[in-house]
Write a protein that binds this ligand. Structure first.
Ligand code: ZN
Length: 117
């Protein structure tokens, strides 16, 4: 399976890994996402991905940190910490406080990275 290789790559090359949980209940309430999230394969993929990542990380001695389910990595400014609403369609995080502008996923990744410190 391709995602098994992904965990190997992640675990082998990173000493610390942050995993963000998905708020599945919340995603099910969003009719645009409910179809994809409700798919049985999604649950199985998620379960297997986590199990394999834990296994591979133990093997290579890397540390996994699970971010709190309701930690809003996407809505929080990675520069100043300001929290604002972000619709799914918005791909650029434009901070209403410090005016920084960066890619939505990059902003979220920077927030998750801070959890490692
Ligand atoms: Zn900001």
């Amino acid at each position: 399976m391709p995602h098994i290789k992904l965990q190997l790559l992640i675990s082998k090359n990173h000493a610390k890994i942050v995993v963000e949980s998905l708020n599945v209940k919340g995603m099910m309430a969003n009719h645009k996402l409910a179809g994809a999230v409700g798919d049985a394969n999604f649950y199985e993929f998620r379960r297997q991905f986590r199990r394999q990542l834990e296994y591979k990380s133990q093997k290579f001695g890397s540390e996994i940190l699970f971010a709190h389910l309701f930690y809003s990595s996407t809505k929080t400014c990675s520069s100043c910490g300001y929290v604002q609403d972000m619709s799914l369609a918005v791909r650029i995080f434009d901070c209403q406080s410090c005016k920084i502008s960066l890619d939505r996923d990059w902003n979220a990744a920077k927030n998750l990275e801070k959890l490692l410190v």
